[in-house]
Design a protein around this ligand. Structure first.
Ligand SMILES: [Zn+2]
Length: 544
């Protein structure tokens, strides 16, 4: 047993066993503890959140809490026979079902017959259904029946990254808890604790790199740490992190960005040669470059750490950011990511034509383009003064800033017949049209003040017939739920601008949109960015 413990993955060894050990998610934890304290835990609970944010850990802790014989102010003791049996996974009254597996589907089928048997050892029987959005069509009715009249002694806990896959009658019977991505500080803090306990040391920069790469998921961070600690026995250095994870050192990223911003394509291409020779991952490099550019943009606004690039000016930085952001890393197409990066390197003026992707790209939102989160506002707005927009009789010049930022594909092909020229001639709207008119749509819908934060928080990610899909960042699925309730206002706004009736579907997606006004500063920042993109739009217009 001890030898397995030695090789046990960090994320298993360090899995939270009590509410107090959960990192972040304070609001959810507090609500759950209160429910435990007052003995009012719902029999149907749904944990929603990105991977690695603690959904199943919370479900297990809650299972302990409702069974613990030595409960302490809503916190399970983690020492009584019930707690220990759950922690060690050896009680027959806790069912952990992975809905994504075949065995999971069989288990759900069995559930109907067995759910009515009272627990054998614990006070309550608990079913934890992980990846629950993957539950098959024929299995849902079984669950619904059970959820409608659950035996007194049973609790159901669902965990899912995509609750949009749940049937509505199921959702309406579950109490929902939304977990957010963890911050770099939260992840870094736990990594430091783990390292200290293992007697290992690490450069702060190394920890920071891992925490950033994990993108809000503790489990990914812990897996990376595992991998890193297994390949080296000394102090963990940033250099080692980059080496093992295929990352590029900061200086090289900066040199590339310098070439990108200043239009020195040859220097940039040589850098790319070097990276490929050293076997660096261009995908990770592109993300690093986008992040670097974002920081430089902030620096040029007098925020964050000063950057040498900031001297290029916000306009040039924004133009470069837009060229990088238009790279669809999931589908780089012929020539791969390398070619896309080379195209981005070509001089800013020429970039619009050269980097124009095949028209098909237009239909495919660059859902990845991750780190532009803080370079929020929208390239699409720069299309406003272009020929394609003015050909539209009903299209007034769009305001300089819009929330749709995947739109460079739309405006980058000024010579082509615009995809949006004939909305009436098509059976329904296209994503390209939607992106092009997005600024207007935002403006129209913003006239209803309570709806404004919603339309600003999302962007169009798909069109199917007359159904328009709006994506909300997974981290803000709260907005998605509110938007769902105000769908009529959204539908009315979109329909009015496009001139065709549409229905709207709201989904949580892996999109990053403009920063929401969480603090007064971000509102100011947003204004600043609008100004930048506004200036920049003029530049592009002059060139074209
Ligand atoms: Zn206990």
């Amino acid at each position: 047993m001890s030898s397995t413990a030695q090789h046990q993955a960090i994320y298993r060894r360090w899995r939270a066993q009590t509410f107090g050990q959960i990192v972040g998610q304070q609001a959810v934890v507090e609500t759950l503890r209160n429910a435990v304290r007052s003995n009012r835990v719902s029999q149907g609970i749904l944990f929603v959140g990105p991977r690695g944010t603690g959904k199943t850990s919370l479900a297990r802790i809650l299972a302990k809490a409702i069974n613990c014989t030595d409960l302490r102010d809503g916190e399970p003791c983690d020492a009584c026979p019930s707690c220990v049996a759950i922690r060690e996974g050896r009680t027959l009254d806790l069912f952990e079902i992975d809905a994504a597996s075949n065995r999971g589907i069989d288990a759900i089928r069995d559930l109907r017959e067995r759910v009515h048997y009272p627990p054998g050892e614990l006070a309550r029987k608990v079913y934890i259904l992980d990846e629950a959005h993957q539950i098959t069509k024929d299995a849902w009715p079984v669950l619904l029946k059970t959820l409608e009249e659950p035996p007194d002694f049973v609790n159901f806990m669902f965990a899912s990254t995509e609750p949009s896959g749940f049937p509505a009658p199921i959702l309406s019977r579950l109490q929902r808890f939304d977990l957010r991505r963890l911050t770099v500080g939260e992840i870094g803090g736990k990594l430091k604790t783990i390292l200290a306990a293992d007697g290992r040391t690490a450069e702060p920069e190394a920890i920071d790199l891992i925490a950033r790469l994990a993108a809000g998921g503790m489990r990914d961070a812990e897996s990376m740490l595992d991998q890193l600690l297994g390949t080296d026995t000394g102090a963990l250095t940033a250099e080692h992190v980059r080496e093992v994870l295929g990352l590029v050192e900061e200086e090289t990223v900066e040199a590339f960005l310098d070439a990108l911003v200043r239009g020195e394509a040859v220097a940039g291409v040589e850098l790319l040669d070097g990276l490929e020779e050293r076997g660096r991952d261009l995908g990770a490099f592109t993300e690093q470059a986008i992040e670097g550019l974002r920081l430089a943009l902030l620096a040029s606004l007098g925020r964050g750490t000063p950057s040498g690039l900031a001297s290029a000016g916000p306009g040039a930085l924004a133009a470069a950011a837009r060229r990088l952001a238009s790279i669809d890393m999931a589908h780089p197409g012929a020539g791969g990511l390398r070619l896309q990066l080379e195209l981005a390197l070509l001089a800013p003026g020429g970039a619009a034509e050269v980097a124009a992707p095949a028209p098909a790209r237009v239909e495919r939102p660059a859902v990845r383009a991750p780190a532009l989160a803080a370079a929020p506002s929208a390239p699409s707005a720069s299309a406003a003064p272009s020929a394609s927009a003015s050909r539209l009789p009903s299209a007034p010049p769009a305001p300089a800033a819009s929330a749709a930022r995947s739109a460079p594909a739309v405006h980058s092909a000024p010579g082509e017949p615009s995809l949006s020229t004939a909305p009436g001639a098509r059976s329904g709207p296209t994503l390209a049209l939607l992106l092009e008119r997005w600024a207007e749509i935002v403006e129209v819908i913003s006239k209803s003040p309570p709806t404004r934060p919603l339309i600003v928080a999302c962007r169009p990610v798909g069109v199917d017939g007359n159904v328009v899909t709006l994506g909300f960042p997974e981290t803000q699925s709260f907005f998605k739920d509110v938007a769902d309730r105000r769908r009529p206002i959204l539908e009315d706004g979109v329909s009015r601008v496009l001139g065709v009736p549409v229905s709207v579907r709201c989904v949580a997606a892996n999109v990053e949109v403009a920063p929401l006004p969480e603090d007064p500063d971000s509102a100011r920042l947003l204004t600043e960015f609008k100004r930048i993109y506004g200036d920049d739009a003029v530049d592009v217009g002059d060139v074209g």
